[in-house]
Design a protein around this ligand. Structure first.
Ligand SMILES: [Zn+2]
Length: 311
């Protein structure tokens, strides 16, 4: 199967900090023009608030630069993840950092936030962050728990409504067949993560779009440091087209809906990639480039399109 998309794609949930330059190259080749990197749990529990500060700065700074060197526009969502919300003394300090970072350029939402084990501490910091999102009028990207998913998903939405958040400003992530109807019925955006070797694979996603249509549905890879696939979006797009889902519907779930939902931040205009500067790998960020000893930078001409995508 050819996984190069005939139209541009957005992966609205991918943790590039954990990925390689090969991934960036492959993603761009497959048609991905923009990505959103939610702040998340890095695997090793953090012990100091300063490490959150540096991580958030990395998302809005160096990672954004690194992505640009491969012709992909990088955006992020900023938040305290649910797992680490359970370290309350640390969480308190992180909450003080958040108002500063949510206002930075390229931040398209508060996320990923929500429930993991559905503890009291998780509930407390989820609610506090909903209030931040409301105050700065940013979309919310919700991580739903892997255990007790249905209950956690319903609770995430109820609490968001309780805080007076418009469902149209909330992207509920990691849905499956059990949760999708409740999410769509309540007017929220329903995001789906396509993990390799799991039941929520590409085939199941095709069936979901056939059943529910493309409105308010989007797909992502959630690729991170675990077993995951940064090409999950283009691969699913290829399968959807092959299985006869109309192209305009496939475009919505792999591009249009992510743009509409996160575009409400005002931080993600389509012109960012449609009128992008050509790739210039001789550029530096704080004195560092992505090149290693003796490599020749890729420098595209201003008048050559940065891709072979036919629009
Ligand atoms: Zn994630």
């Amino acid at each position: 199967m050819n996984t190069t998309s005939p139209f541009p794609l957005i992966d609205p949930h991918v943790h590039m900090t954990s990925r390689t330059t090969d991934d960036y190259e492959a993603m761009r080749r497959a048609g991905i023009v923009a990505i959103i990197e939610p702040a998340f749990w890095m695997g090793q529990p953090r012990t100091e608030a300063g490490t959150f500060k540096d991580y958030y700065s990395h998302l809005i700074g160096f990672e954004r630069f690194r992505s640009s060197q491969f012709g992909i526009k990088h955006y992020c969502t900023i938040g305290l993840n649910s797992k680490e919300a359970n370290n309350e003394p640390l969480a308190e300090q992180v909450m003080e950092l958040l108002p500063l970072y949510v206002a930075k350029e390229g931040v398209v939402g508060v996320g990923e936030i929500g429930y993991d084990d559905q503890t009291a501490a998780e509930d407390k910091y989820y609610r506090l962050q909903l209030e931040i999102a409301k105050e700065v009028n940013l979309p919310v990207q919700i991580h739903t728990p892997h255990r007790d998913k249905k209950k956690g998903t319903l609770r995430s939405m109820e609490v968001a409504l309780e805080h007076g958040i418009d469902p149209g400003m909330v992207i509920v992530d990691h849905n499956n067949e059990e949760t999708v109807k409740d999410v769509l019925d309540r007017g929220f955006w329903a995001a789906f993560t396509i993990y390799p070797h799991t039941k929520m694979g590409n085939e199941r996603m095709v069936e979901i779009v056939k059943q529910y249509g493309p409105e308010r549905i989007m797909i992502n890879s959630a690729a991170d440091w675990g077993i995951s696939d940064p090409l999950a979006v283009p691969k699913t797009v290829a399968l959807m087209l092959e299985r006869g889902i109309p192209e305009d519907q496939v475009r919505l779930v792999s591009y249009g809906n992510a743009l509409a939902a996160f575009g409400q931040s005002g931080q993600m205009p389509e012109s960012d990639w449609l009128e992008a500067q050509p790739i210039d790998q001789s550029q530096k960020f704080s004195g560092s480039s992505i090149l290693r000893g003796g490599q020749t930078p890729r420098i595209d001409e201003a008048n050559t399109p940065t891709s072979n995508i036919i629009r």
